[in-house]
Design a protein around this ligand. Structure first.
Ligand code: SAH
Ligand code: SF4
Length: 352
């Protein structure tokens, strides 16, 4: 993008007002333009039909509407659709649309790559990439909603794609404000591996999304083996923060737990998990590991019986538990699999 030209995708209301000021400084004008971008999701300034032609021409000299470029779209039998999206500098990310009854869930990426390096995650295996801007995050939403003709339909948005959202608070939080124009904070979920500084910033937000925490382990030693981030935030401290997390009425923290055969899927683990979560308003999401023989050859998925037994142990202790057998596996759109059909050698240089 040329310097001095604002990308309206990702712009706050104040930024829109500033770019419009020399053309038409009235606040309602800025709101009109902002709503075309954030609510009606138009792809071209030309389509903002309640602005005069002169105003549209003037705006087009100062601003652009640039969304991520769709490189590939693949739909699985269950309706899950995976998008491979390219940013203007060539960075690639993936985003997924999952229809569930009358509601559709959109899974967005917050970074191209991830520096956290969890041992069970393909994005982690790719290594650190870069933060996405608000425009690149909200742009994923715009592309998915337009492509699926979902404007005006009930949506959930989850930050469970590539990247650690709390390592990109500025991009993600700005994108949240844009999303909230059409999706209630109650319908947005941010999933994190647990980054202390980001966690504090999240708590301070005036409108918080739902919180999902990827716990994945029941002892510090085990978590450290699976998620290097545990060195920075020991399990005990993380649990203390969850216990005091300010939750809105009726909300619960989602605890995500990837089940890895022989690593964290024993009944002793299940019983420890029950003890760990006692007294915290949670719902538990068990995610049987999605294998990836190329990137993650050392790990395997537990049997369905082992998953059921683990879940039953939690349910017996009156925990609210769901098992998330991943959707869209055949298009490699499942958790931790977001990398498309591209080979490692092809993908890595683009992420750097
Ligand atoms: N970085 C954030 C959000 C992206 S990962 C986080 O870690 O929470 C989204 C979810 O996918 C996390 O709960 C993570 O534990 C899970 N996940 C990653 N790799 C997986 C795999 N191979 N199989 C199943 N779930 C996986
Ligand atoms: Fe990063 Fe989340 Fe993957 Fe861990 S699970 S490497 S935090 S994307």
């Amino acid at each position: 993008m040329e310097t001095g030209v604002l990308n309206l995708v990702g712009a706050s209301l104040a930024e829109v007002a500033a770019v419009l000021a020399p053309l038409d400084p009235r606040p309602y004008r800025a709101r009109q333009v902002y709503h075309w971008v954030t609510r009606r999701l138009v792809g071209r300034i030309e389509e903002m039909t309640d602005l005069s032609r002169t105003l549209r021409t003037g705006l087009a000299e100062r601003a652009v509407l640039t969304d991520p470029r769709v490189v590939e779209v693949r739909t699985a039998a269950d309706g899950t659709t995976k998008f491979l999206l390219e940013m203007t500098d060539g960075a690639m990310v993936e985003a997924v649309t999952m229809p569930m009854g009358d509601r559709t869930t959109l899974c967005l990426s917050s970074q191209a790559g991830c520096a956290v390096g969890c041992v069970f995650c393909v994005t982690g295996a790719l290594g650190a990439g870069r933060n996405l801007t608000a425009a690149e995050i909200f742009g994923q939403y715009r592309v998915l909603v337009r492509h699926g003709r979902l404007v005006g339909t009930p949506l959930n948005v989850v930050f469970m794609g590539m990247g650690e959202p709390l390592l990109n608070c500025s991009g993600v939080f700005a994108a949240l404000d844009l999303l909230y124009e059409t999706v209630s904070p109650k319908r947005v979920t941010l999933s994190t591996s647990g980054i202390p500084a980001g966690f504090a910033k999240l708590q301070a937000l005036p409108r918080r999304p739902n919180l999902a925490v990827s716990l994945n382990a029941t002892t510090q030693e085990q978590r450290l083996r699976l998620m290097p981030v545990a060195a920075r935030w020991p399990l005990e401290d993380l649990m203390r923060s969850l216990r005091t997390y300010p939750l809105e009425r009726g909300r619960r923290i989602t605890i995500e737990y990837v089940l890895l055969a022989g690593e964290n899927d024993s009944l002793a683990d299940a019983r420890r998990l029950v003890r760990l979560l006692r007294g915290i308003p949670v719902k538990v999401n068990l995610i049987p590991f999605n294998p990836d023989p190329e990137f993650l050859p050392h790990l395997t998925t537990p049997s369905a019986a082992a998953v059921d037994a683990f879940g039953a142990c939690l349910a017996e202790a009156s925990l609210n538990v769901t098992v998330r057998w991943s959707r869209g596996r055949e298009v490699l759109a499942a958790c931790g699999q977001l990398r498309g059909r591209m080979a490692r050698s092809e993908l890595l240089p683009r992420l750097r």
